[in-house]
Write a protein that binds this ligand. Structure first.
Ligand code: NDP
Ligand code: 8X3
Length: 253
């Protein structure tokens, strides 16, 4: 059977690096994201190596997700690995100052979108059975609070608990489910979070050694290709140069 990986958010960062990593190992690729031009670029880059199917998709749109799955060409239908990677943070500021719309966008993308895609692909993953895997991209932000993390961190906490609950439901099917929870990684993530502030993005990563997209793609590939009987529930990955801060205390002067 051909190995097929379905990746959401394959137009940038972790998702694009994952496309390259799985292609290097000969997997067929289903690559999705909203930006058609980026999808065309990654397709032209990789289609000489492996079969590539692209589909412009906003994961928030449940009907569009179902349609993309229904329209998969025959050779891409038997999915072995789903990488639920599409996601974003917005508005790194206190909750009380954030536009409600930004909070909704994170919930709709990181929670509803991930559920839409998972639900649409569960039948094919269960049919694949032993060796199949769902890799959900969580975050350290879902495990450790910080100022300005608000709904972003909460949405990633959802990803962790949904991963565990799916594991419970899928017991006996052979389908594995993993939450990969990265810490600081340099991608377009901060550019999106700050709505295009390149200087803020550069400043965040300057003078340290963040993770990069390829580091996380390697972890995804590792998780997807472990022997069938091994399920990593949670893989929390941080840069060596990042750790936790002490609790903050509000004090009288
Ligand atoms: P990027 O901004 O580089 O990539 C995000 C990807 O998500 C893009 O391909 C984007 O594609 C896609 N995406 C966003 N919204 C939607 C949507 N509504 N429908 C479909 N695709 C969408 O960031 P990263 O690679 O860093 O982020 C990937 C995942 O990793 C996210 O879930 C993020 O929360 C998580 N993460 C990131 C960390 C970091 O420090 N970078 C650390 C921990 C977790 P397009 O715009 O074309 O739709
Ligand atoms: C992204 C990592 O530290 O910006 O999920 O929340 S962080």
């Amino acid at each position: 059977m051909t190995n097929v990986v379905f990746i959401t958010g394959a137009t940038s960062g972790f998702g694009r690096a994952a496309a390259r990593r799985f292609a290097q190992a000969g997997w067929s690729l289903v690559l999705t994201g909203r930006r058609q031009e980026r999808l065309n670029e990654i397709k032209s880059e990789l289609e000489g190596q492996v079969p590539v199917h692209i589909a412009a998709l906003d994961v928030r749109d449940a009907e569009a997700v179902k349609q993309v799955v229904a329209d998969l060409p025959a050779e891409f239908r038997q999915i072995r690995c789903l990488v639920n990677n599409a996601g974003l943070a917005l508005a790194p500021m206190p909750t009380q100052n954030v536009e409600l719309n930004d909070l909704h966008t994170m919930i709709d993308t990181n929670i509803t979108g991930l559920v839409n895609v998972t639900h649409a692909l569960l039948p094919t993953l269960i049919e694949t059975g032993a060796g199949a895997s769902i890799i959900n991209i969580g975050s350290t932000a879902g495990r450790w609070p910080y100022p300005g993390g608000h709904v972003y961190g909460a949405s990633k906490a959802f990803v962790q608990q949904f991963t565990y609950n799916l594991r419970s439901d899928l017991l006996g099917t052979g389908v594995r489910v993993t939450d990969i929870a990265p810490g600081m990684a340099e991608t377009e993530f901060t550019l999106v979070r700050t709505k295009g502030d390149q200087a803020a993005s550069d400043k965040l990563y300057r003078g340290t050694t963040p993770l990069n997209a390829e580091d996380i793609a390697e972890q995804m590939y590792y998780v997807a290709t472990l022997p069938d009987h091994i399920n990593i529930n949670l893989l929390e990955v941080m840069p060596t140069r990042q750790a936790w801060a002490p609790f903050a205390v509000d004090r009288d002067e």
